[in-house]
Design a protein around this ligand. Structure first.
Ligand SMILES: [Zn+2]
Ligand SMILES: [Zn+2]
Length: 375
């Protein structure tokens, strides 16, 4: 037996199919969606979905053009799909479809930032929240448009109000720091950060920890700070792992425990955080109290941090150029580890090229002689 509801649904589908066959673009688009999602007893079938979307899209239906773009954007391999997706998003975008304007902008973000910003601007003006967020980031960084902090803050606010998690976090952060031309407001900052944290933002959790540490908007509490840092670290924030490492070293809000600290810094270093890599390197060079010296492991960490351009790591490389394990592991001028040439005199220190060797020569000179003598 077929229920009355089911009978009504089948009749609706039959009516849609008739309308679609007559050339009704809206009906064609709807049938495409049914195949796209696998609605009711229609089996999910991307080829059928594309066929119906295309018919409607070619008749000028903006929604079908947008959905066809989405289908190409996700279903087909990048090299085949990307160009095709953009073609259809662009058609829909030109007809004013905000979602297509946003998708098109995202696809252009790397190749043509100015055009991307223009589309984000149009989608943002129509109230598309993710576009408002991206536009705010571009205005803040001066990417594809002139820098404008006040306008960035205004869009960030709107995106945050529309529930975009990362916009809520950024807005909370700006209010906590008093940046982006906003007046510092700890209570409001915390409200936004808490909303973002509830949606799973690791960075918002970390920032809430910092607020507890500073006693900004919260009563000062190291223990509460550590609680937030733990949540943030669990959600993947490398900065929070570092903050936990630091708390363990200081015994702030948690028992003082150097080994536990080192574990947190290691976790952050594995995520590629230069600050953590540098901290571990100094510890393993025997600088940080209580660390067992391991200059080879230290050299590897210093090299990694220096390669990300971290200034303190570059300074430490120069400072530790007299350590044989460091000088022979990487170029002490820049931290490079590939295609190195040994110093022709000591045959121990290695450099990436003439420039670094010349620049580092005054530093290297002293131990170069010693190493020549085989000391
Ligand atoms: Zn170099
Ligand atoms: Zn030398």
């Amino acid at each position: 037996m077929v229920s009355a509801k089911e009978r009504a649904r089948r009749e609706e589908v039959a009516t849609l199919r008739e309308a679609a066959a007559r050339g009704d673009a809206r009906a064609q688009c709807r049938i495409g969606e049914m195949y796209d999602r696998g609605e009711g007893d229609v089996r999910q079938d991307e080829t059928e979905a594309a066929r119906w979307y295309r018919r409607a899209a070619e008749l000028g239906d903006a929604e079908a053009q947008n959905l066809l773009g989405d289908l190409f954007g996700r279903a087909v391999s990048v090299e085949q799909g990307d160009g095709e997706a953009s073609v259809w998003w662009r058609k829909a975008a030109l007809q004013g479809c905000a979602r297509a304007q946003h998708s098109l902008a995202c696809s252009l973000a790397d190749s043509d930032t100015e055009e991307a910003v223009a589309w984000w601007r149009r989608a943002a003006a129509q109230g598309h929240a993710p576009a408002q967020h991206r536009l705010a980031l571009c205005l803040q960084a001066g990417l594809g448009t002139a820098r404008d902090e006040a306008e960035a803050a205004a869009w960030l606010q709107r995106a945050a109000e529309h529930g975009v998690r990362d916009a809520q976090c950024a807005l909370g952060g700006a209010l906590a720091d008093g940046s982006l031309g906003l007046k510092r407001d700890d209570a409001l900052a915390i409200r936004w950060l808490q909303r973002a944290a509830k949606l799973g933002s690791a960075e918002a959790m970390r920032r809430l920890g910092v607020c507890c540490e500073r006693g900004a908007g919260f009563a000062r509490s190291d223990a509460n700070a550590v609680r937030w840092f733990r949540k943030a670290a669990k959600a993947g924030s490398a900065e929070a792992m570092c903050a936990l490492g630091s708390a363990c070293m200081r015994g702030a809000g948690v028992a003082q425990d150097a080994l536990e600290a080192e574990r947190w810094y290691r976790a952050a270093a594995a995520e590629g955080l230069p600050h953590a890599q540098h901290w571990l390197a100094l510890r393993w060079l025997g600088d940080a109290a209580g660390g067992a010296p391991d200059p080879t492991a230290a050299a590897s960490m210093l090299a990694q941090a220096a390669q990300s351009g971290y200034e303190l790591a570059l300074a430490s490389l120069a400072e530790y150029a007299h350590v044989r394990e460091v000088a022979s592991f990487c170029c002490t001028g820049c931290g490079a580890t590939k295609r190195l040439h040994a110093c022709s005199e000591c045959e121990t220190a290695r450099f990436c090229g003439k420039e670094c060797r010349q620049r580092m020569w005054p530093t290297h000179k002293m131990c170069c002689k010693g190493w020549q003598r085989g000391a």
